[in-house]
Design a protein around this ligand. Structure first.
Ligand code: NCD
Ligand code: ZN
Length: 357
């Protein structure tokens, strides 16, 4: 275990944006480097709203898996006001289709087709409950009257609590939680409710993004909150509780769209996500709980077998490049040009330290 070396079960990423087209040439090798499975978000420019579309997207991802790498994309459907119940039947029959994703309309990147009122989805949610298809929640209200820093906490009161009561057996994941309120809600909820936690919400708080100059590459949704929330998330992630698991929410955007008068939300953490989670757990003196958080809890929640292969993390510093090639543009990884303290020995794609180019 310790002594600057960790051997652990290969981890999974339970919340990931791979994008589409040429971007997959960058994103897929980066995630396949050390993660075995990933829950792939459906918020493409044309959202993935059918099992047939998910199958095509999955095939495009598969083309970019580096030879010899064992990487399994688990696909999701994008919930809309009009998703037919029959798609849920089809999803439940499809082993690689893992869940349905709820975005409130307009809340984040490519969410224009999201849900305008949760009641519109009740017949679909009923079917999901019957067939045990999990619902993944972007847990924010998108309401101009609600301050952006309060949107997650208000979502819990207005949407989540009634949802939990109305559908007592529906499995739910509150994705990328960012507040003490969310961590507390999930910790006290019953076992059918889980939460993913990103590495950037464990590393940063809002002053890191806004004090001494604005850092657009730390802008994501839900937005970074004040430090007390980061501390609560660290406590949850390192608690050993099985309902908290790793989901990077790695969400690349071209540099030109991040460094803009109206920059878009998303942090590209995939190139060093596992190493950065290790850094956090080390700081919290909880390295013995890292494997549970990144390799076991999510698999158990989704009813998937735990991975059998092992990987080795060593405490040897390396530097991330300033950028990676990205679909004819560039993308800045989290920690670009800076030192990372852990590294994966022999990552699957040989991309452990190189630029994607
Ligand atoms: C995500 C994206 O860019 O697709 N952005 C983000 O800031 N997390 C969407 C999302 O998960 O909200
Ligand atoms: Zn996301």
């Amino acid at each position: 275990m310790s002594d600057g070396r960790i051997c652990m079960t290969r981890p999974d990423d339970w919340h990931l944006h791979l994008r589409d087209g040429a971007a997959l040439q960058t994103t897929v090798p980066h995630s396949a480097r050390c993660f075995r499975r990933a829950i792939v978000m459906p918020n493409l420019e044309t959202p993935v709203t059918s099992v047939a579309a998910a199958a095509q997207y999955r095939a495009r991802i598969a083309e970019q898996i580096p030879p010899g790498a064992d990487f399994v994309p688990l696909m999701t459907l994008y919930l809309t006001d009009t998703l037919p119940v029959a798609e849920i039947d089809e999803a439940a029959r499809t082993p690689w289709l893992a869940a349905v994703k709820y975005y409130p309309a307009g809340a984040t990147t490519n969410s224009a087709s999201g849900v305008t009122a949760i009641e519109n989805t009740w017949p679909v949610l009923e079917r999901m409950e019957q067939l045990d298809v999990p619902l993944l929640l972007h847990g924010e209200v998108n309401d101009a009257e609600i301050d952006i820093f309060d949107r997650e906490a208000v979502f819990i009161d207005r949407i989540l609590q009634p949802l939990v009561k109305r559908f007592p057996r529906l499995r739910l994941v509150l994705e990328h939680i960012t507040t003490r309120e969310a961590a507390q809600f999930v910790a006290e909820a019953d076992a059918r409710i889980g939460a993913t936690i990103t590495v950037h919400h464990l590393l940063f708080e809002r002053s890191d993004m806004l004090a001494g100059g604005i850092r657009p590459h730390l802008y994501c949704l839900p937005v970074l909150k004040r430090d007390l929330h980061r501390k609560a998330l660290r406590a949850a992630a390192t608690s050993g509780k099985r309902r908290f698991f790793a989901g990077t929410d790695s969400a690349p955007h071209p540099v030109t769209q991040k460094e803009s008068a109206c920059g878009c939300a998303g942090v590209y953490s995939a190139p060093a996500a596992l190493e950065l989670y290790a850094e956090v757990f080390e700081q919290e003196q909880a390295l013995d709980r890292l494997e549970g958080f990144v390799s076991f809890h999510g698999a158990d929640f989704y009813g998937q077998e735990r991975n059998s292969e092992c990987i080795e993390l060593v405490r040897e510093p390396w530097s991330l490049p300033d950028w990676h090639d990205f679909s004819g543009d560039r993308v800045k990884p989290l920690r670009a040009g800076e030192t990372v303290h852990w590294q994966v020995r022999d990552g699957q794609s040989g991309l452990a330290r190189s630029n994607a180019s």
